[in-house]
Design a protein around this ligand. Sequence first.
Ligand SMILES: Nc1ncnc2c1ncn2[C@@H]1O[C@H](COP(=O)(O)OP(=O)(O)O)[C@@H](O)[C@H]1O
Ligand SMILES: [Mg+2]
Length: 361
Amino acid sequence: MKVTLENIDLKYGDTYAVKGVNAEIEDGHSLVLLGKSGCGKTSTMRCIAGLETPVRGRITIGDQVVFDSEKNINIPSHKRNVGMVFQSYAVWPHRTIFENVAFPLQMKNLGKKEITDRVDEALHLVGLDGFQKRGASLLSGGQMQRVALARSLVMRPSVLLLDEPLSNLDARLRDRLRIELRALQQKLNLTCVYVTHDQGEALALADRIALMQNGKLAQVGSPGDIYENPASASIADFLGVTNIFPVLKNGHPGTYKMAEHRLELTTVDYTLDGDAIKACIRPEDVIVSGQRPDADSNNWAGEVSVASYQGSNVRYLIELDGGPAIEALVSRRDGPPAGKGNRVWVTASPSDIQILPAEVA
Ligand SMILES: Nc1ncnc2c1ncn2[C@@H]1O[C@H](COP(=O)(O)OP(=O)(O)O)[C@@H](O)[C@H]1O
Ligand SMILES: [Mg+2]
């Protein structure tokens, strides 16, 4: 079901944890709330669930207004038909998988047959067929999280809220489960709000990403929008753009100069001015070569200070002559890697240099 948040403010004591949040999640879509720890993601999610009471705003799930500060509407959590999965699995270790998953249905006094069928169905969905009788304490972390997910799905929630559900798992399992979760969300046409501080997870799971900073939504867009066109240098930084340099307008149209160095940057976009602007260059857009390239701009010499082999790529840190260190991510296919101490040439296409405000206005 469609979920709408309008002007949500949430306070703890005198401090705002969430400020003026507006968001719309289309029926069957997933919205990922992405941001640093403490930016207000969990608080926003808890407002949707009815576990926190905002001081202002309105929340709608489907056709039902579940919260409206002006009209004094505040539907209790258990009547919102919202499923939740948290980082801590909250699975009872001394009960069987069946008992864990069946619990919410038993609370609703459903018939035995219906409970068995729905538990079987939910376990099937999360890939735990045949685990009904197993004791929960015997499960791995990944399996526990599947049980927690099954326990939410068994209620056929209108909205599924997931708060960093994969954070306790090791990296490989996390990668696999994130693909499974996305497949399941799409197959069941689930409306999801997914909270994470991990940009890779956000890009993989979202129809839309809402990037949170200091309790506010700083940018909302598709994963592609956010990745390709971050609204500020601090968002770019959060998304893994490691080359961020303060710049100033140079006087010659089409170029900026680095504020702390002498290097000049030629860019396509030449509109921004002021003293709080930064040039952002993704490491994969930095081209490294052994000879001076033909490019007549953004042509810098330097010395490799770190070369880190990463399987399909090599990650370099290159100290530019008279400039900053720049990071480059080079495909192994592009020839034999340079080593520490090698002299190299570095270029970047003017279209790959984004000039952004330091922060969202
Ligand atoms: N129960 C609480 N009481 C007081 N402050 C809280 C409470 N829960 C969260 N906060 C504060 O609200 C802000 C947002 O927290 P939270 O929503 O948990 O962030 P996130 O999930 O993005 O890490 C933080 O500054 C946090 O310290
Ligand atoms: Mg949190």
